[in-house]
Design a binder for this molecule. Sequence first.
Ligand code: FEO
Length: 384
Amino acid sequence: MLISDDIRYIGVDDHAISLFEGQYSVPNGMSYNSYVILDEKTAVMDTVDKGFTDEWLSKLEDALEGKAPDYLVVHHMEPDHSANIAVFMEKYPHAVVVSSQKAFAMMKNFFGTDYPDRRIAVGENDSLPLGKHTLTFITAPMVHWPEVIMSYDSLDKVLFSADAFGKFGALDAPEEWDPEARRYYYGIVGKFGMPVSGVLKKAAKLDISMICPLHGPVLSDDLSHYMELYSKWAAYEPENEGVLIAYTSVYGNTKKAAVMLKDKLAAKGCDVRIIDLARGDMCYALASAFEYKKLVCASTTYNGGVFPFMREFITDLSEHGYKNRQVFLIENGSWAPTAAGVMKKLFEGCKDIVISDSIVKISSAVSAENEAQIEALAEEISAL
Ligand code: FEO
C-alpha cells in the first residue's frame, strides 16, 4: 500500500487475537503497522507481532523491490512491534538498527544482544539522512514505554507516532476512529497524560500532513480533530457534559435504581450512558468515565465491602489518573451497607474528584423514599 511516493505500508491485520495486551477485547481485531521509506538509503519503520513474521517479511520483500534495507528504525520495544527485530537482523546482515539508548538495553533483554556493531542510538532532534528524506527524532518517554521515540520526515511531512494516535481494530474492518482510539488511549496510554501533553507540544511545532501510528489507520485528513482530542485526553478533560452511570447488581434491585436514574436524567435532557460493569469490557467503562463529565457509581454491598466489579472499576480509574470529575453514589445493602463508604475510600486515590453528599441508600429493594431520592439526585446532576 502506498502512503506517499516513497513510503509503503507493510503492516498486518490480526483477527485471531482474543485479548490485546492480555486484557482488552478487540472485537474488530488489531493492526500492527510497519512502513518502508525507499530512498538512497532504505529505512524500515518497526516490525510486527510474532504471529505475522512470514506475512510481514513477504510484504517487506515486495516493498523493497530488490533493494536491501539499510536501517531498521525501532520506535517502541513492546513486542507487538519489536518481535521480529532479531529475525530481520539475521535476514539482512548489513542493516543497522536505529533506536533510543533505552531501547537497546531492552533489546539485550528480549534478544540477548543490543547489536553493538550494528546500531545507531538517537536522541532528541538527532537526524538520519536517507537521501531526499531526512528523519528527525523526537523522544516520547512513557508514550507508552520509557524508550519510545517518534520520527518526523520533513519531505513528506509525516510523523511516525509510535503508539500515539493508534486505535483498536484491524485496518480491513473500517469503523469510526474516535470510540476505539479513545478506548485504546485510556486503556494503554491514559495513565501518562503529562508525557503525552509534552510530546503534543513538540509535535505542534512541526508541519505535519500525515500521521503514521503503529496501530490503526494512517491519518491525513483533518489532523486538527485528532490533535484536539489527544490534547483533551492528555489533560484529562471530559469531552461530554453528560453522565455515565456504572452499576453492579445481583438480583436487579440496584440495576432498577440505576435505570430509574438514567430515565429521569434523560427526561431532563441529559446525555446519559449506562453500563453494567459485570457484563462488558472494563475498558469500555473506563473510557466512558473519562469521556463524560459526571459519573454515578451504583453498587451492592458485598463481603462487607463493595461488589468486585465496582472495586475493579474504581481501582482502574484511579490507576489511570482519573481526575477533575463529579461523582455520585448509590449503594444497596440488606443488613449492613458498606458499598458507599468503600467507593468513597477507593476514590481517595484520584485527584480533584468531588463526591456528592446526596448518597442514595437502598435497603434491599427500591422504596418510594428511594424513588424520591433518585428524583432529587437527577435534579442535582442535571443542574450542574
Ligand atoms: Fe503497541 Fe505499546 O505497543
